[in-house]
Design a protein around this ligand. Structure first.
Ligand SMILES: [Zn+2]
Length: 87
């Protein structure tokens, strides 16, 4: 890749070692790792979010289909809706 072989990478690593100092390299790796972790987290975050219905929308407790307010049973799966209106 980029015309760099293992010897060149080794030389770059050695130069980095001299420039930053051996003591600082683990720290740099750590902050780099943390940045990558944060980046991955920001990518994965949208997938983790559950699709939630708007507060005023009633959904079936079983099949999550939208329901009308006065429906006592779900027309999609026949599940009886409890704790809703008019009980
Ligand atoms: Zn249902």
């Amino acid at each position: 890749m980029f015309g760099l072989g293992m010897p060149e990478l080794l030389i770059i690593f050695l130069i980095a070692l001299v420039v930053f100092g051996a003591a600082k390299l683990p720290q740099i790796g750590k902050s780099l790792g943390g940045a990558i972790r944060e980046f991955k987290k920001s990518i994965e975050a949208p997938h983790k979010e559950e699709p939630t219905a708007p507060p005023d929308e009633i959904v079936c407790s079983q099949c999550r289909q939208p329901l009308q307010k006065d429906w006592i049973t779900c027309p999609h799966c026949g599940m009886k809706q409890e704790g809703k209106s008019g009980v």
